[in-house]
Write a protein that binds this ligand. Structure first.
Ligand code: ZN
Ligand code: ZN
Length: 145
């Protein structure tokens, strides 16, 4: 049991929780305490329990992201949906790895201008709308000439 743990900075922890709370609110789920994405992914996930924890999802490095302690590799899960909530050998998060990976791909959007994680309709750091991209940025610049 040599599970190497990568330290998650408080900033990243807050980002991940905000991202998942935003997603819960967007689909009309009451933002519960604890923050947990299990009900977003699995209608049969059952009730949440305990505290919010962050779960690491490791995968091959891509998009130049080498560290694992980034929002692209972290999901909010309650204790009930992690190892702490194991019931009769069933651990929710380890049996839903593919769904959790799909979720991460779906909800993580990087700002094309400042590369910050975008939560909501626009970048919280530079204000660039989330629907914008480099192509429209360029179009705006050339039309302004
Ligand atoms: Zn849960
Ligand atoms: Zn930005």
């Amino acid at each position: 049991m040599s599970r190497r743990s990568d330290p998650v900075t408080p900033e990243v922890r807050i980002l991940v929780l905000q991202r998942d709370q935003h997603e819960m609110a967007r689909v009309g789920l009451a933002v519960l305490t604890p923050t947990c994405v299990a009900p977003l992914i699995d209608p049969d996930a059952g009730p949440c329990a305990g505290r919010s924890t962050l779960d690491h999802l490791k995968e091959e490095p891509r998009m130049g992201v080498r560290a694992t302690s980034v929002p692209e590799h972290l999901v909010s899960l309650c204790q009930g949906h992690t190892e702490d909530g194991m019931k009769a050998g069933h651990i929710w998060n380890t049996s839903h790895r593919p769904e959790l990976r799909e979720y991460l791909v779906r909800v993580n959007h990087r700002c094309t201008r400042c590369h910050a994680l975008v939560i909501g309709p626009r970048c919280g750091f530079c204000g660039l709308p989330a629907t914008s991209n480099e192509a429209t940025e360029k179009g705006r610049r050339s039309s302004g000439h």
